[in-house]
Write a protein that binds this ligand. Structure first.
Ligand SMILES: [Zn+2]
Length: 313
């Protein structure tokens, strides 16, 4: 009988779930909107409904042997407890694995979403075949997943891999984490908008209207069309990303750094600057070795990462 698992990626806006086979093939997928009030009961109810839907719509003659869930949170992975979820605060301190195991009658495994993406890319994506890798997700914020000697590095409190909160500017922009100058404030979609607003005074001829509603996509499009201010925003993005990567390369000596997330679509606008800055700062040997590559799995990286864990457990 074919062995399958259910895998879910819980986000601040969407919950995505899929039935995954042992080779990482996605056999069925569903999606729901994270309930607006984001209460514990509503989120769990949605997970339960989507899981039931997945099981119903999957061919009979198969057996679902486990459930994996990736959460935007600091997690106690071994105990299946959400320690802190800034975007879903009602889940803080919640033993979600035990609760879901009871509801779904399946063993449940929990993982941080960025670490899950790193595991997914290592299993089926751009870092497959490499023992030591860093997976960076450049989206609204910046997530990091570390794989060292083939194993996820979680740290003693489950906070390892928070690359988005590496300081790249000691007296820089305040960050939601309470520190200042974190990478997330310089190399994310939010950062692109923030930096454009700051630069406007220096670029009065830029056609970007920084007073109105502004998205990172507006700035990306302007950069592609040659707007000097927009180009400078992405140069800064690459510079700060390179500062962080240079430090990571010296600390971890990875074979590959996988870069994904929505903001990585601007790759041609920032990657050369990032690579140059990394080379300028890192030791020569690890800087020459490390490959900077685009993620291979898109939005499925986290789902595949927790699917892999569910198969292993
Ligand atoms: Zn921070």
């Amino acid at each position: 009988m074919k062995k399958l698992v259910l895998a879910a990626d819980l986000g601040g806006t969407n919950l995505r779930m899929a039935v995954v086979g042992e080779d990482g093939e996605i056999l069925h997928r569903v999606r729901g909107t994270t309930p607006p009030n984001r209460t514990r009961g509503e989120v769990l109810g949605l997970i339960q409904d989507l899981a039931a839907q997945c099981i119903r719509e999957t061919n009979s003659g198969t057996v679902i042997s486990g459930f994996g869930i990736a959460a935007p949170a600091v997690v106690d992975q071994s105990r299946g407890v959400i320690r802190a979820a800034p975007n879903l605060p009602d889940l803080n301190g919640f033993a979600i694995s035990d609760d879901l195991a009871e509801r779904l009658k399946l063993p449940v495994i929990l993982e941080n979403d960025a670490t899950a993406a790193g595991i997914g890319e290592h299993w089926r994506g751009a870092s497959k075949g490499f023992d030591t890798s860093i997976c960076l997700t450049l989206g609204t914020g910046v997530g990091g997943g570390l794989i060292v000697n083939g194993q996820p590095l979680r740290g003693i409190d489950g906070t390892a891999g928070e690359v988005g909160h590496v300081c790249v500017e000691p007296f820089g922009a305040p960050c939601g984490c309470g520190s200042v100058g974190c990478l997330e404030q310089y190399a994310s979609a939010t950062a692109v908008v923030r930096m454009a607003r700051l630069l406007k005074a220096e670029y009065p001829s830029s056609e970007i209207d920084t007073d109105g509603v502004l998205t990172s996509l507006d700035i990306y499009n302007a950069a592609v069309n040659g707007d000097a201010m927009a180009i400078e925003v992405f140069r800064l993005f690459g510079f700060y990303l390179g500062v962080a990567i240079g430090g990571l390369v010296n600390v971890l000596n990875p074979e590959v750094i996988v870069i994904g997330g929505g903001a990585s679509d601007a790759w041609p606008l920032f990657i050369d600057t990032a690579r140059d800055e990394m080379v300028r700062r890192a030791f020569r040997e690890p800087a020459e070795r490390v490959k900077l590559v685009r993620a291979g799995l898109g939005d499925d990286a986290g789902i595949l990462g927790v699917a892999k864990l569910a198969f292993q457990s």
